[in-house]
Ligand binder design. Structure first.
Ligand code: NAD
Length: 477
């Protein structure tokens, strides 16, 4: 588009991007000290402004339990930065790679290099964690970074923008605006790598825009993450762990357990136990400050629609009161709801729930549960509860998911040395810890030829000498 025809936010976006590209191509890559200093500045900024982030996010949600912001967002990021600063020298060092015999005594090295300019598009549900966690890996790898936060968390986005602008040069790390049109324009910029976290629907649009520039993407998407309760499971303990994971952030968690498959004879007992644990944790008062609000009236209405649709198709809803309760509606505190007897005809089993409703479905044979999962999109997370190791290993071997926690939910995500990412419709690529550093680096293979080796001197005219080398190579192959 002609520059003069662009609105001020779009031309500012373009200018910021091109300044970064120019710097990434024109200056040497940042050394260890510069990268560490950038990460430390980010850490200091987070530590000094934790209370402001907690307040801004809560006000964007209507209400967000403070501890959910500190544990799942600020502390998560502080830990990730500390780990990255500590490990960075090791990650940046050239990696020794074995050299095949015919090239001896030459050397191979894999050299990590910054890709250049990395773009990050973030969702609203953990707005701080999901804007900055990919940025930590990208900065560590020596890149310049642009981030577009979600328009559904405007107070948070304004705060982050102000703080980052006061701490980083605009060519190091920049937070864009969230005005109309920015998201689409951002996805069209020819980044050296683009990270998108959000819905599978928008992920497709972003991947298409990136493909036009041959920009590689990391897509952190959503979907329906199943839980399998094995007949060998401790039902009460499983119910408690699942209830907590479902209600954290009021179910607005990408790796929340979406639905549960339970052996038929245990279905009703399990559903009752989950309901009891939900009540014990969050009570029935909508004003409970531990319980987080749904992000918008539109999302609240969508969840209400899912509950009504399930009830109209004969599911039994276990809930403390109804979503139509005016206090709940005003505060957007959707009642924790167990949906007993969910079936695949119900809308709740056809889309990602992303709210505090837990469908419980019965299965008869283990293979029935596995086949159900495999008949749907590859999930972002899968959870299995039980003590029967043969059953567990069969589920692990026969299902493909972004990540798995055995005998709990969510915790694989907190493993700093494990990659986080989906598979198929739940995502592409992964980051966190060294996995993030590697994702945002070009791992460049370099071969250092040895003057002592003449086996690669294959110059014509071909004759007896080359025939001898060929014979030797044939013997080695
Ligand atoms: P969303 O897809 O609606 O929006 C995500 C981001 O994309 C926002 O910043 C939005 O402005 C931007 N966007 C919207 N349209 C765009 C376009 N045409 N081009 C470029 N960008 C565009 O998702 P959401 O509602 O913010 O988040 C919820 C979804 O995110 C859920 O599906 C959840 O499972 C998923 N999620 C996944 C992870 C993960 O790590 N895999 C983490 C959190 C959330």
């Amino acid at each position: 588009m002609d520059q003069s025809l662009k609105s001020p936010p779009l031309s500012a976006l373009d200018d910021a991007f091109h300044a970064m590209v120019a710097l990434s191509r024109g200056a040497p890559p940042p050394d260890l000290a510069i990268r560490r200093a950038r990460l430390q500045r980010l850490r200091d900024l987070l530590a000094a402004n934790e209370a402001r982030f907690v307040a801004a996010i809560s006000s964007d949600f209507g209400h967000r339990a403070d501890v959910e912001t500190t544990i799942a967002e600020t502390l998560f990021l502080l830990t990730e930065i500390k780990h990255t600063i500590k490990q960075l020298a090791r990650w940046m060092a050239p990696r020794r790679i074995a050299t095949a015999l015919q090239f001896w005594p030459a050397r191979n090295r894999l050299i990590p290099q910054p890709l250049g300019v990395v773009g990050i598009i973030a969702p609203w549900n953990y707005p701080l964690q999901l804007t900055l966690a990919p940025a930590i890996g990208a900065i560590a790898a020596g890149n310049l970074v642009m981030i577009k936060p979600s328009e559904l968390t405007p107070r948070f986005a304004a705060l982050l923008r102000e703080l980052i602008a006061g701490t980083f040069a605009p060519t190091e790390l920049v937070i864009t605006g969230i005005e109309d049109g920015i998201a689409q324009a951002f996805a069209q910029l020819p980044f050296d790598h683009l990270v998108f976290t959000g819905s599978t629907r928008v992920g497709r649009i972003v991947a298409e825009a990136a493909a036009k520039n041959l920009t590689p993407v990391t897509l952190e998407l959503g979907g329906k993450s199943p839980v399998i309760i094995d007949a060998s499971a401790n039902l009460d303990q499983a119910a408690q762990r699942i209830a907590y994971a479902k209600l954290l952030n009021a179910g607005q968690t990408c790796i929340a357990p979406d639905y549960v498959l339970v052996p038929e004879p245990q279905r009703d007992a399990f559903a009752g136990l989950v309901r009891n644990h939900m009540l014990a944790m969050f009570g029935s008062n909508p004003a409970n400050a531990d319980y987080t609000s749904i992000i918008s009236d539109r999302h609240y209405a969508r969840l209400e629609g899912l509950a009504n649709d399930a009830a109209s198709k004969d599911a039994k809803l276990l809930q403390p009161d109804t979503p139509a309760n005016p206090d709940r509606r005003r505060l957007r505190k959707f009642p924790p709801t167990v949906v007993v007897g969910a079936t695949s005809e119900m809308a709740i089993m056809q889309e990602e729930i992303f709210g505090p409703l837990l469908p419980v479905m019965a299965y008869r044979e283990r293979s029935e549960a596995i086949n159900y999962i495999n008949a749907h999109d590859r999930p972002l997370a899968l959870y299995w509860f039980g003590t029967d190791q043969i059953a567990r290993d069969e589920v692990l071997a026969r299902t493909v998911a972004g990540g798995v926690t055995v005998n709990d939910c969510l915790l694989h995500f907190a493993q700093i040395n494990q990659p986080m990412g989906g598979v198929g419709a739940s995502g592409t690529g992964a980051y966190h810890g060294q996995w993030g550093f590697d994702t945002f680096s070009k791992l460049k293979p370099v071969f250092y030829r040895s003057p002592l080796n003449r086996m690669t001197d294959l110059y014509p005219p071909y004759g007896a000498k080359i025939a001898r080398i060929e014979k030797l190579l044939r013997w080695m192959s």
